[in-house]
Design a protein around this ligand. Structure first.
Ligand code: NAD
Length: 478
């Protein structure tokens, strides 16, 4: 067991005021992996004061200076990957290669925001009078309260910290209590890069207590949350009640439309790899696979064969394709989904069961003939389960794709440029990826519509919610 992961407030690592801690576990073994400090309201009040001071200091720095510090942090994260990645695997479960990728992508996100922060431009509006100048400047909104989840403890946090700091905002980040240590190392890299005290603060504790404290707090001007739709709606309502801006990156139930003219071999390879990445605990993970009638049998065989071949095991063992689920709740959720579906006469094409009785392992699972009222057809799986459905034509596939209140990511496989364009137009989704699973780059928008939330955490759109516009009209006549 490692040392206690501390809170980072006002540039210092420290215990919570009551010294209370909570344990976190290695999901591959069930053994305790460490303990994390629990923030009290006293700690949170101090974090708010620090973020307030940090904001004044940080916004006064030039964009070039902020950019330089973020670049330095990015370089330090890359240098420390060999230390950080194994910590991530131990506390979250993902295979080491995926943990390394996540460290790398976090560094990439900071680097991209370092660049984007230098391109925050205002504008001049043509005036109606010769002696009046009309301008719009963009200013950072203020201290931000961010809530990042356990499925990508580093990358999701990097998106929130990167956008805020590049815009000139300070941040109080509530990290995931179940996977706190690797993230603390990322924050350590930002500290070592020279981010001034108070500009970035990291807290852990009881999520509902922290959000109820921070969201209404007068120092906080913006909220950013990644997590379930249920919690997102509660936090968005609280933000609304206090007139705080909010970015909500919530759940999904991604449809994948496989048309009869698709390259089935390639589609099966890409879809299997993407579906079972991070054991399916990805908000953009394909959930419902909608297959055109003529190729249903052939595509199903290809998927089943590939899923059954995946090696599930401890993420730190070389050769593991899929690690354990991040917590026992997810295993119970997978068992309940499968039980409910089979009670309604669905068939298990492969998988369907927990593996062993130590650690949170669950088989890569494919279900078919699942009736529409089954829970898995309506609730986000957030685990290694996908369902197969057979469809006659384009219209019925799109109707099913748009059936649910979610609208985060959608995928399609087709060789026809026309079908691809029609899917892009017809699917109600924040992101559409065709003939590959190409989402989640720092430079591209990342976010959903409908119950999947609002706002973007990627691309130049990601900076917008952290900025306010100020209109200045100036008469030159004095
Ligand atoms: P959960 O809804 O209890 O928690 C989800 C996340 O929200 C966690 O990070 C948690 O710490 C945080 N949270 C919960 N209540 C909060 C509150 N009142 N204030 C602030 N933060 C709060 O569920 P869970 O069992 O941890 O995760 C399962 C579900 O969460 C999944 O089914 C999935 O839909 C969703 N989830 C989504 C993402 C995503 O990337 N969009 C990430 C993690 C979890």
């Amino acid at each position: 067991m490692g040392e206690t992961v501390q809170l980072y407030i006002d540039g210092m690592w420290r215990d919570g005021a009551t010294r209370e801690t909570t344990d976190f576990w290695d999901p591959a073994t069930g053994a305790t992996a460490g303990a994390v400090a629990v923030a009290t309201s006293k700690d949170l009040e101090e974090a708010c004061s620090a973020a307030d001071r940090g904001f004044r200091l940080w916004r006064a720095k030039s964009a070039v200076e902020r950019s330089g510090l973020l670049r330095k942090a990015s370089a330090l994260i890359r240098e420390r990957s060999a230390v950080i990645a194994p910590l991530l695997t131990r506390e979250q479960g993902k295979p080491l290669a995926q943990a390394r990728q996540e460290v790398e992508s976090s560094a990439d996100i900071f680097e991209w925001f370092a660049e984007e922060g230098r391109r925050v431009y205002g504008r001049i509006i043509p005036s109606r009078a010769p002696d009046v100048r009309l301008s719009v400047t963009r200013e950072p909104v203020g201290p931000v309260a961010s809530f990042s989840p356990w499925n990508f403890p580093l990358a999701q946090a990097a998106r929130k910290i990167g956008a805020a700091l590049a815009s000139g905002c300070s941040v109080i980040l509530k990290g995931p209590e179940e996977a706190p240590e690797a993230l603390a190392r990322i924050v350590g890299a930002l500290h070592d890069a020279g981010i001034p005290a108070g500009v970035l603060n990291l807290v852990y504790g009881v999520p509902s207590e922290i959000s109820s404290f921070l969201i209404p707090h007068p120092a906080i001007r913006k909220i950013s949350f990644t997590g379930s739709t249920v919690v997102g709606k509660q936090l968005a309502a609280m933000a609304g009640a206090h007139m705080k801006r909010a970015t909500m990156e919530l759940g999904g139930h991604s449809p994948t439309l496989v048309f009869e003219d698709a390259n089935l071999e390639r589609a099966a390879d890409l879809l299997t790899a993407f579906k079972f990445r991070n054991a399916g605990q990805v908000c953009t993970s394909p959930a419902r696979i909608l297959i055109q009638d003529k190729v249903y049998g052939e595509f199903k065989s290809k998927l089943v064969e590939r899923a059954a071949r995946l090696k599930t095991g401890n993420g730190s063992d070389p050769g593991t394709d899929m690690g354990p689920l991040a917590n026992p709740r997810r295993v119970q959720a997978m068992e309940a989904f499968v039980q409910d579906a089979t009670d309604r006469n669905a068939s298990v094409a492969t998988g369907g069961r927990r593996i062993g009785n130590q650690g949170n392992f669950f088989e890569p699972t494919i279900l078919e003939d699942v009736p529409q009222p089954a829970r898995i057809m309506n609730e986000e799986p957030f685990g290694p389960i996908m369902t197969l459905q057979r469809f006659a034509d384009f219209d019925s596939m799109v109707e099913e794709a748009n059936r649910l209140p979610y609208g985060l990511a959608a995928y399609a496989y087709t060789r026809s440029a026309r079908t691809a364009a029609m899917v892009s137009d017809a699917v109600e989704s924040g992101m559409v990826s065709i003939n590959h699973h190409g989402l989640g780059l720092p430079e591209t928008p990342f976010g959903g519509v409908k119950d999947s939330g609002y706002g973007s955490e990627g691309g130049s759109e990601a900076m917008e919610p952290y900025m306010v516009s100020k209109f200045v009209t100036h008469s030159l006549v004095d």
